[in-house]
Ligand binder design. Structure first.
Ligand code: ADP
Length: 352
């Protein structure tokens, strides 16, 4: 039987609690909590070096935590009875052996995890490489390797997928393909945790986001939750008095230049505060729809990180500079908005 259904009826959640891991005196993961639920595609987002890969490596038994726990269905990876049939993992598609063909690669995995050889052919089709199965992996493009890497993760017909930067190197069609694959996997009760350092690569794919920076959780929620009510831009006749008032009330603010502050209050509450403090405001308005880069500026606390994970390239393209309007909240990037034929929609297959 070929089906989209992950291999167990009851879903398996991923749970990370109080996770810490240092390399030398540097904390790669610094007290992280996260949950990825069955039926959900969870995006694990953060700039390069934020600690995503380290977390995923601990979750999948490839590194040990200094403190805290990383559980797959309530137990550490190393205690899973049948890990390869429970959790499919893609950590680095570049590590695939270049001398083997795509089909050989999948057959080897199938044998290792106790699946029939026919599973390799099924998966090859699922990941859209049926025309390239006899070609050596060394001749594959980076995007093809990513597809094969996802295929390797699927061979064991797992209930959980953990994918490190799966969208990296995929073209827009590849990203649409991945979205369909992961959607059908999650809709069938599977759990997906995928990392990315670029929000725009995965925003149309994920249901929830867990945003980290410097090994710590910054925010989590749906994209709508993360972009809702992001704040207000305000300026006052007496800028110093405005700052003093905000500080006195413990309201976070960022200097946007030219006397404009961005504050973590809605415009109405900012107006009330100004009234109470007898401040004359010279401008007041909601931030531009909580543009993604604006949001991630707040989330990660740095322009570079925000621009990187919001997928803004080059100088001048960022609303962080104050000039260009930012994308509307939650707006998918153009590359990911076009629905495409579902004919090639791959789905996790089961042979049992
Ligand atoms: P991300 O996946 O978000 O890019 P990583 O988990 O790869 O982040 O890295 C987090 C931090 O830990 C970085 O500062 C990185 O240099 C460091 N790090 C990761 N793995 C190792 C390692 N094996 N040895 C030393 N430092 C490491």
């Amino acid at each position: 039987m070929t089906t989209t259904t992950p291999s167990t009826d009851t879903g398996i959640a991923l749970t990370v609690r109080g996770l810490r891991k240092s390399y030398g005196d540097r904390a790669a993961v610094d007290g992280l909590d996260l949950v990825a639920e069955p039926g959900t595609v969870t995006g694990f987002l953060g700039p390069n070096g934020a600690g995503k890969s380290t977390t995923l490596r601990i979750l999948t038994g490839l590194a040990r935590a200094d403190e805290g726990e990383a559980l797959v269905g309530g137990v550490p990876y190393r205690e899973l009875k049948d890990p390869a049939r429970t959790i499919g993992v893609m950590l680095d598609a570049r590590a695939l052996h270049g001398g083997r063909t795509g089909l050989e690669t999948l057959r080897l995995v199938a044998r290792t995890v106790g699946m029939p050889a026919t599973r390799a052919d099924e998966v090859l089709a699922l990941v859209g490489l049926d025309g390239a199965g006899s070609k050596r992996v060394g001749s594959y493009s980076y995007g093809m390797r990513q597809r094969l890497g996802i295929g390797v993760a699927l061979v064991g017909d797992p209930s959980v997928l953990v994918l490190d930067e799966p969208a990296n190197g995929l073209d827009p069609e590849g990203i649409r393909w991945m979205r369909r694959l992961l959607r059908s996997f999650a809709d069938a009760g599977g759990t997906v945790l995928l990392s990315s350092h670029q929000l725009r690569e995965v925003e149309a794919t994920v249901d929830r986001l867990v945003v980290i920076s410097h090994g710590r959780l910054v925010r989590e929620g749906t994209l709508e939750e993360l972009t809702a009510g992001e704040g207000t831009r305000v300026s006052a006749l007496d800028p110093a008095a405005l700052v003093t008032a905000l500080d006195r009330h413990g309201i976070a603010h960022e200097d946007r230049g030219a006397g404009v502050l961005e504050v973590s209050l809605c415009p109405e509450d900012m107006g009330r505060l100004a009234l109470r403090e007898q401040l004359v405001l010279t401008s007041l308005g909601a931030t531009a729809g909580g543009g993604l880069e604006e949001v991630f500026f707040h989330l990660t606390g740095g322009e570079e990180d925000a621009a990187e994970i919001a997928g803004i390239s080059g100088p001048g393209g960022s609303a962080l500079t104050g000039a260009a309007p930012s994308a509307p909240a939650g707006a998918p990037s153009a590359a990911m908005t076009t629905p495409s034929a579902a004919s090639a929609a791959p789905s996790p297959a089961a042979t049992r």
